[in-house]
Each structure stands twice: as structure tokens, then as C-alpha cells.
Design a binder for this molecule. Structure first.
Ligand code: ADP
Ligand code: MG
Length: 303
């Protein structure tokens, strides 16, 4: 007897998450109008786009998405900085950027007012790609920030003061929480990108994240917008994955990238070689998907 997969739409949790967002504006995104070869430069944004990659769930693909979208953009002529805002420092590892305890890191920028320029490193063999590393020290920042002046806006202040690299994109890899680090990312950003894993519980907590985005928009950063949802770890063999993808598309429309990121072992192997998958195995399904996703992002007009 064939098992019928659960319909994610039946879950009260999913309903709750989705109901809270049904009435949200879905900004009309402009999809790619031309197919490019990947060799020509992609359109440069008029001003640097600051994108926070956020989802308080761990293991949904935030870091993998941040690192590989950033690498793909940089390989197409965009100048990109990845800010590692997770004390685990996974983005720093994947970008071969040292993040031992005694290396100056984002913690010192946020808590000790160290200039961004003092911590940013160029990623080896990636001429247009830069990383602001996180060490384990950053774990203390959630608490230490509480007593500081303008505690929610410290990353924004640091990034505003930092224009040394003539950047096209700043991509902020958030930790798996909705604490002050993520708040700092959302206050510093113009756009939020949410990776959603194509799994049953994927939408759990999404309502809470979106309410936080709305709160920050209302009180701290009026121009913030949810610009992009990217479906990750898609397993085309399961009906559940396509059901989750359909539900997300039904509710978020054009905010969802056309490109879906498949499950790909290469994506999980690349960080241990200090590489993005774009250089580790450019022909793999994961690399090609992130290249397509980055192309969509680059071609989307900002409203
Ligand atoms: P997060 O930053 O949200 O915690 P990660 O990007 O670290 O999530 O991903 C969690 C784990 O899943 C990592 O081990 C990563 O290598 C792996 N992973 C992420 N995306 C994929 C994918 N599309 N296919 C296979 N493994 C993936
Ligand atoms: Mg991560």
C-alpha cells in the first residue's frame, strides 16, 4: 500500500505560520529578462544591497546560502562582503577566513567599536569576495550588547562607516535565533532573505520571524523588506518537498526564487575544504542551482 504523505497544509502550525503572512504585501520582483551565460558581468545595483539571511531555525541552509550566493555574485563581477554573525563561524570556515579566538572579529566591531576595516579579510583566490569573520567570542555579544547604547543599530553604524571596498552586496549570515545579533542584522539590512528547508516542520516559527521583521520595520528600519525566499534542500523524489514548495509559493508569490536548491552532498562537503561549492565543484547540481539563484537575485529590481 502506498503511503500518502501528510499534507503540510493540514498542520495547525503551518496554518498559523501562513495565516499570519497571507495579507502581507508581496513586492513584485522582476525576474530575469535575459538568459546570460554567466560570463558577462551581472547588473550592478545602484547602491550596495545589504541582505540579511535569517531564519531562527538551525540547519535550514542560511550559511550555505550566504556563502554560495556571495561566491556566485563575486564570480560575476559583483564586489561582495559576507558578514559572519553566527558565533559558530561556519561562514568564516567556508570562506577560509581565520577565526581563532585571538583574531579581531565581528564581536569587537559590535561591542568594542572596532572599525569594520580592521577585521575584513579578502577571501583567498576570490578577488571580489570579502569576509568579516566571527569567532566564538561573538557568543557573548547577545548579552553584552544589552547594556550598550544603540544596541540594535551597532552593525548598521559599523557598516555605514565602512565604504572602503566599493561594495555591491553585503550578505549577513545570521545565527539561529531571534536575539540581538539577528536584530542588528535586520536593522542594518535593506532586505531579508529567508531560506526555507523543504521539510515538514519548515514553516514552524516563520510567523514569529515575520512578525519580528514587521516590528523592526515599524520601529527601527522602515525600509526593510522581505525580498527573497529561497527553497533549500529540495528532494524531488518526495511529494512532501513539492507540497511544501507549492504552499510557500502560493503564499509568498514572486518573493520565492524560481530556482530551488536541491539536496547535494557537494554542498555539505565544500566547507571542509575552505571553499564555496562554486569553486569546489562548479558542475555539481548545488553549484549550478546557487549560480542560478544568484543570477535571479542580481536581476531583481529593487523597488
Ligand atoms: P544554517 O546556517 O541555517 O544552520 P547550514 O547552511 O549550515 O544551515 O546547513 C546545515 C547543514 O546542511 C550543513 O551541514 C550543510 O552543509 C548542509 N546543507 C545545507 N544545504 C544543503 C543542501 N542543499 N544539500 C545538502 N546539504 C546541505
Ligand atoms: Mg549557519
Amino acid at each position: 500500500m502506498t503511503k500518502t504523505p501528510l499534507n503540510p497544509g493540514d498542520s495547525p502550525l503551518v496554518r498559523e505560520a501562513l495565516n499570519s503572512v497571507v495579507s502581507r504585501e508581496t513586492p513584485t520582483a522582476q525576474l530575469p529578462t535575459q538568459t546570460d551565460t554567466g560570463q558577462d558581468s551581472w547588473p550592478k545595483p545602484a547602491k550596495c544591497r545589504v541582505i540579511a539571511v535569517a531564519n531562527q531555525k538551525g540547519g535550514v541552509g542560511k550559511t550555505t546560502t550566504s556563502v554560495n550566493i556571495a561566491a556566485a555574485l563575486s564570480m560575476n563581477g559583483e564586489r561582495v562582503l559576507v558578514v559572519d554573525l553566527d558565533p559558530q563561524g561556519n561562514a568564516s570556515t567556508a570562506l577560509a577566513t581565520e577565526h581563532r579566538g585571538d583574531i579581531p572579529d565581528v564581536y569587537q566591531v559590535l561591542v568594542d567599536d572596532l572599525p569594520m576595516a580592521d577585521i575584513v579579510k579578502q577571501v583567498p583566490d576570490m578577488p571580489n569576495l570579502y569576509c568579516a569573520p566571527a569567532t566564538i567570542d561573538l557568543a557573548g555579544a547577545e548579552i553584552e550588547l544589552v547594556s550598550l547604547v544603540a544596541r540594535e543599530a551597532r552593525l548598521r553604524r559599523a557598516l555605514t562607516a565602512y565604504d572602503a571596498l566599493d561594495l555591491d552586496y553585503i550578505i549577513i549570515d545570521c545565527p539561529p535565533s531571534l536575539g540581538l545579533l539577528t536584530v542588528n542584522a535586520l536593522v542594518a539590512a535593506d532586505e531579508v532573505m529567508i531560506p526555507i528547508q523543504c521539510e515538514y516542520y519548515a514553516l514552524e516559527g516563520l510567523g514569529q520571524l515575520l512578525r519580528n521583521v514587521d516590528l523592526i520595520k515599524a520601529h527601527l528600519n522602515p525600509t526593510l523588506r522581505l525580498s527573497t525566499i529561497v527553497l533549500t534542500m529540495y528532494d524531488g523524489r518526495t511529494r512532501l518537498a513539492s507540497q511544501v514548495a507549492d504552499e510557500v509559493r502560493a503564499h509568498f508569490g514572486d518573493t520565492v526564487l524560481n530556482t530551488v536548491i536541491p539536496r547535494s552532498v557537494r554542498l555539505s562537503e565544500a566547507p571542509s575544504y575552505g571553499q564555496s561549492v562554486m569553486t569546489y565543484d562548479p558542475g555539481s547540481s548545488g553549484a549550478m542551482a546557487y549560480m542560478d539563484a544568484a543570477r535571479e537575485i542580481a536581476h531583481r529590481a529593487l523597488v
